[in-house]
Design a protein. Structure first.
Length: 151
């Protein structure tokens, strides 16, 4: 291969490595939204180690698989984690009525609560509306709405 062909291959390899890098970093694992001074961070992680829990079709498109939902709440003014909230999510496929699921507080590093649950969600081609609902003692309930579509 000539010098020009070698340069082209190196250029293509560089573009391919940048494309993979850009794609991996462009997918922000958390979505976030501010609600009345509280930063709500939301994440959905497919739990690929488990088998399907329902649905149909050999391709897995309509099958449901376990997913871990993680929510963090932070006071925007102070940066302190919200430790006293009751948190739930309402999960619905687009255009349908949702199901309410409570989240459990787990402590990270002994003092940072992360609110979590595991639920079955369908694979590719299904978009969900997920409302994070939270209430603190002496406060009105608040809600942040997110969308999730499995890739």
């Amino acid at each position: 291969m000539g010098n020009a062909g070698s340069r082209v291959l190196r250029a293509l390899a560089a573009i391919a490595s940048l494309t993979v890098f850009t794609t991996a970093t462009a997918e922000e694992p958390f979505q976030s939204q501010a609600v009345d001074g509280i930063a709500v961070r939301f994440q959905v992680l497919p739990l690929g180690l488990h088998g399907p829990v329902g649905g149909h079709g050999p391709s897995g498109i309509h099958r449901e698989f376990p997913h871990r939902i993680t929510v963090t709440l932070t006071e925007q003014a102070t940066g302190r984690a919200v430790t006293d909230a009751e948190v739930a999510i309402e999960v619905a496929k687009s255009g349908r009525t949702g199901e309410r699921v409570p989240l459990t507080a787990e402590m990270v590093d002994g003092h940072h609560p992360v609110y979590v649950t595991e639920i079955p969600l369908a694979g590719r081609g299904t978009t969900y509306r997920i409302r994070v609902q939270f209430v603190r003692p002496g406060s009105e309930p608040r809600e942040a709405e997110f969308r999730y579509a499995h890739h």
